[in-house]
Design a protein around this ligand. Structure first.
Ligand SMILES: Nc1ncnc2c1ncn2[C@@H]1O[C@H](COP(=O)(O)OP(=O)(O)OP(=O)(O)O)[C@@H](O)[C@H]1O
Ligand code: NI
Length: 353
């Protein structure tokens, strides 16, 4: 019998009761993460990435939030677990690096004590073993002179060092799944590269799975085994990096990539803004901002996802029967450094008139 996926999220829908009405932050999301796999969630600010990841281990307060759909971890339905069962999974089997990690450390205890405690809560090891592992981890996330820094308090760490200490703490328990929400934002590129390498090592060392959120598409192209493109709470496209960067199918993905002067940049700058999440448009969520929208795009539900290549899925009406995907195919990914599927005749240089 094959093992169930590490993480299997089906039809995840998370909403909030707000003064302006029901706000649907994540709407029918499917995501799977296998052992040893990195899945990246990308999408503009407000598209629901943080809410989606915080819904997985039910970190959203209910009420005002409400989480529907199923989340299976190693085949086990997390929705059916009590708060104490969830708490024992969080921070041991599933570790979470939060988008705003500054607040997540307790300033009354030393950094080393907190990391060692995280280890000892989940594993029966001696104080000295836990401490040695904490030193080793701080070293691996690039804290210089880790053996001495371990007895510092969080306020003695810079913002970037705290961020790295949080990553060390998350990894200390050797989680089967790491959920990392913008974990390397604000770190300098060398430090970031070191952490990405560490995550990669842990994937191969013991098969850690990673669900990773970042605005940096350069990072995505480096670390992702698979990518899910979110827009206004809906998955617009999913595939591997070649699918997404070299033959992006959804107009939204193309816009996201086309905004890039080159890989390594952040996306942003698509004209218009996300729809009001308390009153989303009919049809495709992206239709109001889409250059290719036809009247049918603004009717009914978000188009069903269609598999355009094996494992490459897109939610766009133009790929459905009766519509014309050729309106999309002439664009390619010409705006990106990873592009190169334009396939047209190249112009010969040195033309002289
Ligand atoms: N507790 C909450 N109550 C009401 N609305 C919320 C709550 N948390 C998030 N939202 C709304 O849900 C939507 C998705 O937010 P989310 O933080 O998941 O976006 P994101 O993709 O992580 O953005 P960013 O890239 O800026 O981190 C937004 O419209 C946000 O305002
Ligand atoms: Ni976020």
């Amino acid at each position: 019998m094959t093992d169930p996926p590490l993480l299997e999220v089906n039809n995840l829908t998370t909403s909030f009761e707000t003064d302006a009405g029901r706000l649907v932050a994540v709407d029918g999301l499917d995501v799977t993460v296998e052992r040893g796999e990195t899945v990246c969630l990308v999408g503009e600010s407000g598209s629901g990435k943080t809410v989606a990841t915080e819904s997985i281990t039910r970190l959203i307060d209910e009420p005002p939030g409400s989480i529907e759909g199923t989340v299976r971890f190693r085949g086990r339905d997390l929705g059916g677990l009590s708060e104490s069962e969830l708490r024992s999974i969080r921070g041991s089997e599933i570790a979470h690096v939060f988008q705003n990690p500054q607040d997540a450390m307790n300033h009354c205890y030393t950094v080393g004590w907190q990391i060692a405690e995280a280890i000892r809560v989940h594993e029966d090891v001696s104080r000295s073993t836990a401490r040695a592992r904490a030193v080793d981890l701080l070293d691996r996330v690039g804290i210089a002179n880790a053996a001495a820094r371990i007895d510092d308090y969080p306020h003695e760490f810079s913002g970037g060092q705290k961020q790295r200490a949080m990553i060390a703490m998350a990894l200390a328990v050797e989680p089967a799944l790491l959920i990392a929400d913008e974990p390397t934002t604000a770190l300098d590129v060398t430090v970031q590269a070191r952490i990405l390498r560490l995550l990669d090592d842990l994937k191969s060392e013991y098969g850690m799975g990673v669900l990773f959120i970042t605005h940096d598409l350069g990072v995505v192209s480096e670390i992702a085994d698979r990518i899910v493109v979110l827009y206004a709470g809906k998955a617009m496209e999913r595939g591997d990096p070649v699918d997404i960067f070299e033959r992006p199918a959804h107009p939204y993905t193309r816009r996201l990539l086309g905004c890039l002067p080159g890989v390594g940049s952040e996306y942003g700058g698509i004209p218009g803004s996300l729809p009001d999440p308390t009153d989303p448009p009919d049809g495709c969520r992206f239709a109001p901002r889409c250059d290719h929208a036809v009247e049918a795009c603004s009717r009914g539900e978000q188009p069903a996802e269609i598999e355009v290549d094996p494992g490459h899925w897109v939610s766009c009406i133009h790929y459905h029967e009766g519509y014309d995907e050729s309106v999309l195919s002439d664009e390619g990914a010409t705006g990106t450094a990873l592009g190169g599927v334009t396939g047209g005749e190249s112009e010969r240089g040195g033309s002289d008139d």
